[in-house]
Design a protein around this ligand. Structure first.
Ligand code: ZN
Ligand code: ZN
Length: 172
């Protein structure tokens, strides 16, 4: 759905979109959308400044490879958003120098904003920095390569034993 300023000059645009998995590209091979993404809301134009205001709510279930064990980690996302996009003149260079208080502001160029871009950014921002299948995920054993959430390999204790052996030698 394209939020077109020409249309927004005439009326507010209600948003009610459903994106099936695969429609939105997240540009991340380790990240998958596994449910429909449902977004509802409204887009408005502040005519004095030509800023586009996009408000709404989105829900989706995302899946990523766990950072530690590489198994699937699931992230249900449900969030409200209230965003302002300021017009960027076509003549302005790509690299715009922003004052510190402006760094939170988003921009649009040309005729408007693609809702998919808005949604993608909100989903990526909502995901945690570390994507874990479980906060206590034990990861993959660096010695034998087994998933330590599944297999209770003895490599860890062996390593600890070795460490004690070194310490014993040191004390001796
Ligand atoms: Zn894990
Ligand atoms: Zn092991």
């Amino acid at each position: 759905m394209f939020l077109n300023v020409q249309e927004l000059l005439l009326r507010n645009l209600p948003i009610a979109e459903v994106y099936a998995p695969g429609v939105i590209d997240y540009f991340d091979a380790h990240l998958r959308q596994v449910s429909d993404l449902v977004v509802t809301g409204i887009a408005e134009l502040r005519q004095a400044t030509m800023e586009i205001v996009v408000r709404g709510r989105l829900e989706v279930l995302m899946e990523a490879d766990c950072d530690r064990c590489l198994e699937a980690a699931r992230f249900p996302i449900s969030l409200d958003f209230d965003l302002i996009y300021r017009p960027l003149p076509d003549t302005m260079p790509e690299e715009v120098v922003l004052s510190p208080e402006e760094t939170e502001i988003a921009f649009y160029r040309g005729l408007g904003i693609e809702l998919e871009d808005v949604v993608r950014e909100q989903v990526l921002l909502a995901l945690p920095m570390r994507r874990l299948c479980h906060p206590e995920c034990r990861g993959i054993c660096p010695v034998c390569g087994e998933n330590r959430n599944v297999v209770n390999c003895q490599c860890q204790s062996q390593w600890v034993d070795d460490r004690w052996a070194v310490l014993r030698n040191f004390v001796r």
